[in-house]
Design a protein around this ligand. Structure first.
Ligand SMILES: Nc1ncnc2c1ncn2[C@@H]1O[C@H](COP(=O)(O)OP(=O)(O)OP(=O)(O)O)[C@@H](O)[C@H]1O
Ligand SMILES: N[C@@H](CCO)C(=O)O
Length: 356
């Protein structure tokens, strides 16, 4: 067939869910979609790297999303996968149309979704059928170093993720990105040299059960907190009591959220955190007040409240009264002149590739 087309659909995600900093991820029902067509009848192309990128959705008018295939996060990641397999560019002639409803820099895993979709784009364009989901996870982790968002976006559902400790030699490899997201275009200047592949088995995940009654209410403020900035405010060393506090709660969280019917008091307790939320309140006005004031006792239907990922989105888990819960949180933000919108989301499947 001369023209090949397929769709890559990747869910957004909420990371941490309170005490699970850099461990727990929940895939949610808002999807980044790539509509890809490859005209295999052509033998040459004047497009840069044989690829035309178009974009609609979040950030469309701000010009924040580059349409240059070597700069756009998604296509840059795909190029990294292709170049690891000896393919310097996209197939002649590739069109990638990105439809992105996931708000950027808000704690709903927009970059994690872009990285996962980019890795799948590289696999599909390069016909790299030997790449298993586990191996794709390794590629994702070369770009986004915390596994919680990419793990949820790739595998779907409610997941615990963990990393294999890298050897000092692996850590020292200059090609392992030092920042949260690749600082420079894939491979930098195209020297023709194949970039090194990721070490094998960097990341692992385990799926937890999720009680069907529980929905996720996302309250999304109209300002961005870049993840890299939200990680800079975290301390390098923690008091032992705070670490113990989180360990006690992380042992409860997956059990509490899997039990049907859900136990609000247990879930509320299991969603407390001392490792990231207290430090991030400097970037998110009203965060502590929201987390401390919203309880199941004061708000029927509510199970627990936390910062979604690196914020500023607040995630409220609930079995009902979604509008009342959202309105209460929106009113807290209003006191700081912050406008929000909100959505009810459900746990989602992982990334899928749909061929026509
Ligand atoms: N679909 C996309 N296409 C290209 N670039 C994207 C896309 N989605 C996100 N990005 C890039 O990722 C950046 C946001 O990443 P960042 O890690 O700061 O926030 P986030 O992933 O939305 O939140 P969190 O990691 O807390 O869940 C955007 O500013 C943009 O540069
Ligand atoms: N675990 C990461 C998720 C970022 O989305 C953090 O909280 O920084």
């Amino acid at each position: 067939m001369a023209t090949e087309s397929f769709i890559i659909k990747t869910p957004c995600s909420s990371a941490n869910i309170g005490p699970g900093f850099d461990v727990i991820g929940l895939a949610l029902s808002m999807y980044l979609e790539l509509q890809v067509t490859i005209d295999r009848s052509k033998t040459s192309s004047s497009l840069p790297l044989n690829c035309r990128v178009t974009y609609e959705g979040q950030g469309e008018d701000s010009g924040d999303i580059s349409l240059d295939p070597e700069v756009n996060l998604l296509t840059r990641v795909a190029l990294y996968v292709l170049r690891c397999h000896g393919q310097r560019s996209f197939p002649v002639e590739t069109h990638v149309h990105i439809k992105n409803p996931i708000p950027l820099g808000r704690g709903l895993g927009s970059s994690g979704a872009a990285v996962v979709a980019g890795v799948l784009l590289g696999k599909e364009c390069g016909k790299l059928d030997h790449l298993t989901p586990e191996r794709l996870f390794d590629f994702c982790l070369m770009i986004e170093r915390h596994p919680d968002n990419v793990g949820a976006a790739l595998f779907g559902g409610f997941v615990g993720t963990y990393l294999k400790p890298l050897t000092p030699e692996e850590v020292a490899r200059k090609e392992i990105p030092l920042s949260e997201v690749l600082p420079a275009p894939a491979g930098g200047v195209d020297t023709g040299i194949r970039p090194p592949e990721p070490p094998h088995g960097i990341g692992h995940h385990i799926k937890f059960p999720w009680a069907p009654e529980i929905k996720a209410v996302a309250i999304i403020p109209e300002f961005e907190v870049p993840t890299a900035k939200a990680r800079e405010v975290l301390p390098a060393v923690y008091p032992r009591n705070d670490v113990t506090f989180n360990l006690q709660r992380i042992a409860l969280l997956p059990v509490a959220l899997g039990q049907s019917p859900p136990d609000p008091e247990l879930i509320y307790l299991a969603m407390q955190d001392k490792l990231h939320q207290p430090y991030r309140q400097t970037l998110i006005p009203g965060l502590t007040e929201i987390v401390e004031s919203m309880t199941p006792a004061s708000m029927p239907g509510l199970l627990g409240v936390c910062l979604s990922g690196a914020g500023p989105t607040i995630l409220a888990l609930a079995t009902g009264n979604f509008e009342e819960i959202a309105t209460k949180i929106i009113d807290h933000f209003k006191k700081n002149n912050i406008v929000c919108n909100w959505k009810v989301l459900e746990p989602a499947e992982g990334t899928t590739v749909i061929r026509k």
